[in-house]
Each structure stands twice: as structure tokens, then as C-alpha cells.
Design a protein around this ligand. Sequence first.
Ligand SMILES: Nc1ncnc2c1ncn2[C@@H]1O[C@H](COP(=O)(O)OP(=O)(O)O)[C@@H](O)[C@H]1O
Ligand SMILES: [Mg+2]
Length: 211
Amino acid sequence: MEWKEVPNTSPRFVVFEGIDGSGKTLQLSWLSAWLQKRKYKVFVTEEPMRESITGHFVKIALKSKEKYPPEIYLLLFLQDRINHIENYIKPALEAGKIVLSDRYHFSTLAYQTAQGIERSKIDGVLKALNYEILQPNLTIFIDVPVEVALERIYGRTKGTVDLYEKEEFLRKVRENYLELAKEFNFLVIDGDRDPEEIHEEIVKRVGKFYP
Ligand SMILES: Nc1ncnc2c1ncn2[C@@H]1O[C@H](COP(=O)(O)OP(=O)(O)O)[C@@H](O)[C@H]1O
Ligand SMILES: [Mg+2]
């Protein structure tokens, strides 16, 4: 199989962000298939990482009955991310692949600040480690109202306290994302539509980079 070189000016490190249920995983897989059909080498990955023990640490903590202070989640996500960057993302980029990541550092900025951690604290941890987060070339933010996302995940359920809390939390996360979208120049995609329509728009907006 002949693979195509990614043009020098085209995004090589692409991140999908959005609240749970916004459609990231679906749209990422369709974009990946689209790119591979055009003969680009793609590395599909996600955070927390699936393959690695650092991702398992995060998932275990998220599933645990015990609730931890927000700093714990921050540290868990950061250790996974650093492993992700060093052992997976950088090697894939060096091998000439387009990296598509389902969530990345913006998830930490959106979720951990919604948990009450200030941005300066997140930046401070990285500074103390003298570690610089590799910036993606393109961040695709799929924006949906919280009710739409929750309905996709849970279906039409009567509002339980759990769901209400989750709803309030996700509202904060979405607001944080919308702020980050301006700061980091995200490509904002309206995700409250048919999946096919969303895919078409993504291809319309980014397809030109991958002839
Ligand atoms: N545009 C859409 N409209 C309706 N349902 C969708 C849409 N996109 C995804 N879904 C469904 O919603 C759920 C969450 O989608 P998923 O891609 O897993 O979102 P995320 O990865 O952002 O959590 C899945 O069941 C998926 O099939
Ligand atoms: Mg997903």
C-alpha cells in the first residue's frame, strides 16, 4: 500500500474535544476513515489512554466509589498525558502519521477547572515539572447543549439527583470549553445535528488540508 505524505502546512496533530456525549468518538472515527481512504497514515488515540497503564490509573480512579480531591484527578490526567505525548504521540508524528486524539489537554483545562482547580494551578504543576505540553495543530470542538448530550447517553430518564448534579457540572464544562475555544482558536462545530451532516461539515472545513 502506497501512503501519501502529509503536506507540510497541514495539521498533523488533531484533537477532538467536547463534553461527554457530544459525538467525539463517532466523528473522529469517521474522519480517520476518510483520511485513510485518501491514503494518509493515521494514528487514532484517546485520553485517558486505552493501551497504557497510565490510562488505567485514571479509569480506576474515575470508576472508584471513593471520591478524591480534584488535585488527584489533575495529577492522574497529567501523568497519563505526559506518557501519551512522549511514548505515543511524538513517535507517531515522527513516523509521518496524522495523529487524531479523542480528548487532550483542553479536557483537563475544561473539566478540572469545573472541579474547582484554577488554571494557574494546572500551569503551575507543569511549570514545576519543567514540562511543556505539545500543542495540537488543530482542535475540533464539537459543541452540543448539555441536555442533548445527556439524552444521548442516558436516554429519556426522569431527572435523578445524580443526573442533575452531572448536568450542572457539564454546564460548567461546556462554558469552559466555549471560553477555551476563543483563546485557542478551536474549530467549533455545531454537534446538535445528524452525524452525517456533522461529518460533512468537518470534511468541508478541514478536508482542504488533506488533498
Ligand atoms: N450527531 C449525533 N446525533 C445523535 N446521536 C449521536 C450523534 N453523535 C453521536 N451520537 C450517539 O451519542 C452517543 C455518544 O456519542 P460518542 O461519539 O460516543 O460521544 P463522545 O465520544 O463525545 O462521548 C453514542 O451513542 C452515539 O452513537
Ligand atoms: Mg467518546
